[in-house]
Design a protein around this ligand. Structure first.
Ligand code: HEC
Length: 134
């Protein structure tokens, strides 16, 4: 009996750890639901909404390439959660801060600064990182 409980506890702990980590598969689901209409299923910026937007959606597969080879983590996170002032000043890109509220999760930027966001944004960013062109 004790052994069963130990196994159960170990399982619960490992599940908790998985939830903490970046999960690109969950991120992909979020992306397809909330982002693909504009940025396209492959992230190239050619979603079905592109035609009706005055400003074209960014090619999200080129985020790293157009940033000197480093993924612009802090910029992307602020962009998605609406902390980037550009978004609140008339970009067609919706603000998702409210959607993704919840328990705070800290991400580490390349500069070593912790950046607070939520688990759905962490997963979404993990997925965006898998889309980057070499
Ligand atoms: C209604 C259309 C639309 C939707 C939906 C949308 N975006 Fe955007 N997005 C845009 C447009 C247009 C731009 C480029 C114009 C601008 O920068 O304001 C943009 C820009 C961005 C940028 C900035 C790229 C950079 O170089 O800094 C990121 C990151 C981004 N989008 C990610 C996302 C993610 C992730 C989602 C889903 C949670 C999403 N977008 C949903 C239209 C959209």
């Amino acid at each position: 009996m004790r052994q069963v409980m130990t196994i159960g506890l170990a399982l619960a702990l490992s599940l908790a750890n998985v939830a903490q980590a970046q999960d690109a598969r969950v991120g992909q689901e979020t992306y397809e639901r909330y982002c693909a209409a504009c940025h396209g299923l492959e992230g190239s910026g050619h979603g079905p909404m592109r035609a009706v937007l005055t400003l074209h959606p960014t090619d999200l597969t080129a985020l790293r390439a157009t940033n000197g080879g480093t993924f612009p983590l802090a910029r992307v996170v602020r962009r998605i959660d609406g902390r980037d002032p550009l978004v609140s000043h008339g970009s067609p890109m919706p603000i998702y801060g409210g959607f993704f509220e919840g328990r705070d999760v800290a991400m580490k930027t390349d500069e070593g600064q912790p950046l607070l966001t939520s688990q759905p944004v962490v997963d979404l960013v993990a997925y965006l990182q898998t889309l980057q062109q070499p």
